[in-house]
Design a protein around this ligand. Structure first.
Ligand code: HAM
Length: 423
């Protein structure tokens, strides 16, 4: 009996074929993101990968695709209904309220990284377990925070070389605006019901805004005549948006306003955005997010605003010009006799303790095979220990780029290797 990973999942392993299957690329992206979060002043938050299912129903929205069809829901032994998290925002806001973080100086700027779960149809760039890096800023309504969050997302993408990226931007207005707009939109769509695709008809009552996501040609033709949300925006909402676009221009973030951009999660207010890469196929959204000014109070906290983004590491890697795979091994130790193996192990221990990446043969291979292994490993220095070296109390160091060899006293070996690597 053999097993395969569950549908919609993938493994990260040495020599992985796709960019998101290669461990060294994950480490690289995570390092780039961690450095950006540090420079922008964000602190890490970690929340569980499962929560009460109700938390997501309340925040992401009952009528959203995520809640209707994509959540992995299960009951625990106490008959509590739990769900694997489909996204990160709900858990972070829950933790912000639960731990009274709103009492500290605001805003609180948080980042996270971890797996999310959605029962979607698998295709390139879409998985049932994917990993997001995300940021959430809680407790400030300042439009310049929107600018910072979008700039941070864009900067991370730039640092890993995401190709041909544009940030699409929209303003959904505040909840009051939407309360006035949605009935107008619904009435208009009702009047044109016969030209809409079945999914859009089904959404008429629950979530007519999502009609803008429809790919159906006839539905799109109807929508061209639809009332525009932007005509319903309050002065405050329009002013907020103007500051966001001015900020993005000042920071040279390439953006386009897309009045039809609506997101798949219901908690958004005012600014929403999606960063898309022309280098990707159907799943071209590398990251997205927006403001959620009603969510903290919806989840039992005070009436405080928030904004954030989530970006899938898999899609970032698929859209990036990945660096060539470089070896990070620095030293390989070749042993020419059985007696040399324990001293080699001791030298490897000393090198590893002093921060040098070092390896040796565990396959009982002959000298020739070990030298080949040393070559292939990409190490810049090879240490050779055989019977001659043991009896003389030395080891041989070979500089792999020049081929030069020197003998050094065994007790100085670790120091000499470090010196050679520093040259
Ligand atoms: P989202 O747009 O649903 O937003 O997901 C964010 C990103 O996660 C997407 O742009 C994509 O890169 C990645 N992603 C989502 N689903 C999949 C999947 N099935 N396979 C691969 N990648 C995927 C959110 O989740 C919000 N929590 C973002 C946010 C944070 N809004 C405010 N704060």
């Amino acid at each position: 009996m053999t097993y395969r990973g569950p549908k919609g999942t993938y493994d990260v392993y040495p020599g992985g074929r796709e960019p998101h299957e290669r461990p060294e690329l994950w480490r690289w992206v995570e390092g780039v993101a961690a450095d950006a979060f540090r420079r922008y002043g964000y602190t890490e938050v970690r929340t569980p990968i499962f929560e009460e299912a109700e938390l997501f129903v309340r925040s992401v929205g009952e009528a959203s695709d995520i809640v209707r069809k994509e959540m992995f829901v299960f009951e625990d032994k106490g008959e509590r209904e739990l769900a694997l998290r489909p996204e990160g925002t709900a858990g972070v806001v829950r933790a912000y309220v639960e731990h009274n973080l709103f009492r500290a100086a605001q805003p609180i700027k948080l980042f996270y990284r971890g797996p999310m779960f959605r029962h979607e149809r698998q295709q390139k760039g879409r998985y049932r377990q994917h990993t997001q890096i995300g940021a959430e800023v809680l407790g400030s309504a300042d439009p310049l925070v929107d600018v910072e969050v979008i700039h941070l997302l864009y900067a991370i993408h730039q640092a890993i070389g995401v190709r041909d990226e544009v940030v699409y931007l929209n303003n959904l207005g505040d909840l009051e605006t939407r309360r006035r707009y949605v009935p107008e939109l619904r009435a208009f769509l009702q009047a044109n019901r016969s030209d809409l695709d079945p999914d859009s008809v089904a959404r008429l009552e629950t979530n007519p805004l999502r009609t803008f996501d429809s790919k159906d040609r006839d539905t799109q033709a109807v929508l061209r005549e639809a009332p525009s949300l932007h005509d319903f925006l309050s002065r405050d909402a329009a002013g907020h948006f103007a500051t966001v676009t001015a900020g993005l221009e000042a920071l040279d973030v390439p953006y386009e306003v897309d009045e039809r951009l609506v997101r798949g999660l219901d908690y958004y207010t005012l600014t929403v955005f999606e960063a898309k890469s022309a280098a990707l196929g159907a799943q071209d959204t590398v990251g997205g997010g927006g403001r959620y000014n009603g969510l903290v109070s919806e989840l039992g906290g005070p009436d405080l605003p928030g904004i954030g983004f989530g970006s899938g590491i898999e899609r970032m890697l698929l859209a990036a010009t990945a660096p060539e795979e470089g070896s990070n091994l620095q030293v390989f130790i070749v042993t020419l006799s059985d007696e040399a193996r324990v001293p080699a192990m001791r030298l490897a221990g000393a090198l590893r303790e002093s921060g040098v990446a070092c390896d040796l043969d565990y396959g009982g291979r002959g000298a020739k095979a070990q030298f080949r292994q040393a070559d292939r490993s990409g190490a810049s220095c090879t240490v050779v220990i055989g019977d001659d070296e043991l009896s003389e109390g030395v080891v041989k160091l070979r500089d792999m780029s020049s081929g030069d060899e020197v003998s050094v006293p065994a007790e100085d070996a670790a120091r000499e290797v470090v010196r050679l690597l520093d040259r």
